[in-house]
Design a protein around this ligand. Structure first.
Ligand code: CP
Ligand code: NVA
Length: 320
């Protein structure tokens, strides 16, 4: 797509294209984004970086720590010809009580899209509601949609359609799991969830689990849950904002993904973790660094899928 015929969605009279949660999308749209990601990844391997977002400015508002999301959005936007502006909450008037909505209105006058990492999901929704440019969810305490799109791309590169997979989540019922629940309702894979009672799905997540019909099973025993699985997923036991770290480590210790647990799954099962990982807590070093682990492919795919997500929110569906 050349610069001349590029019309940002927000200037075209079409509704704004936010990327807030997977459950907001049809399977068809998510499939298009996955296809575009595959195409962009292939082009990059061939040394091509189509400048489809030339001169567009992405504001990156990070209220919390990040390595992958921050760097991959920054690099991805630049690879598409765009520019980025890194903003941390502490440096903005947000930290001195300017409202999220006013921040959204002001940023919308300067930039062409916003990605935000903020723990409060309500704040994300307030930002998106007040912005007149597209907003992307870079993680809240309730969901992490970009991560799960990268997970699906990674699974499919190694094993084929996610629709045929049995996925097992082991540990805390957190934000990444929430996005896997949304993905399961859309793609129709199977999802086993092994969590202790103390860190089981919230009422909100249970409602989303209900929406996935019989595709999702809550199985408390992690070894039982792992049986017949094609993919085992772990995440940190202590997410950003969680206060009860030592209690969490104690209660979640039977939910460590180690070789015994992987051996309960199918012999060619993959292991994924969104990272950062804590070897010896939620995953043993043997599994994390073993042959079944695809965690660094998963991290790489954040770059490709987020370039496709950027293209989507800017209203670009094809590269030519
Ligand atoms: N997985 C993930 O979102 O990593 P960061 O916290 O480093 O962005
Ligand atoms: N569940 C983790 C994911 C980090 C990318 C957290 O919220 O801290």
């Amino acid at each position: 797509m050349s610069k001349q015929n590029f019309v940002p969605a927000q200037q075209s009279g079409k509704p704004l294209r936010h990327f807030l949660d997977l459950k907001d999308f049809s399977k068809e749209t998510l499939r298009k984004i996955l296809e575009l990601s595959k195409e962009l990844k292939k082009l990059m391997a061939e040394g091509e970086r189509p400048p489809i977002l030339q001169d567009q400015m992405l504001a990156m508002v990070f209220e919390r720590e990040s390595t992958r999301t921050r760097v991959s959005f920054d690099v991805g936007m630049r690879q598409l010809g765009g520019q980025t502006l890194m903003l941390t909450g502490r440096e903005m008037q947000l930290s001195r009580d300017e409202t999220i909505a006013d921040t959204a209105r002001v940023l919308s006058r300067y930039v062409d899209a916003i990605i935000i990492r903020i723990l409060s999901h309500d704040d994300l929704l307030e930002l998106a509601g007040a912005a007149s440019v597209p907003v992307i969810n870079g993680l809240t305490h309730l969901s992490h949609p970009c991560q799960v799109m990268a997970d699906i791309q990674t699974y499919e590169e190694h094993r084929g359609p996610i629709e045929n997979a049995t996925v097992t989540w082991v540990g805390d019922a957190n934000n990444v799991l929430a996005s896997w629940v949304h993905a399961t309702a859309i793609f129709g894979n199977r999802l086993n969830i092994a969590c202790p009672d103390e860190y089981a799905p919230s009422q909100g997540m249970l409602a989303d689990i209900g929406a996935a019909g019989d595709k999702i099973n809550l199985i408390k025993d992690p070894k039982e849950a792992a049986k017949n699985s094609d993919l085992i997923i772990a995440d940190t036991w202590v997410s950003m904002g969680d206060k009860d770290a030592s209690e969490r480590r104690r209660i979640l210790s039977p939910y460590r993904v180690d070789k015994d647990l992987m051996d309960m799954a199918n012999s060619d099962a993959l292991f994924m973790h969104c990272l950062p990982a804590h070897r010896g807590d939620e995953v043993s070093a043997e599994v994390m660094d073993g042959v079944q682990s695809v965690v660094f492919d998963e991290a790489e795919n954040r770059l490709h899928i987020q370039k496709a997500i950027l293209a989507y929110v800017f209203g670009i569906e094809e590269l030519s």
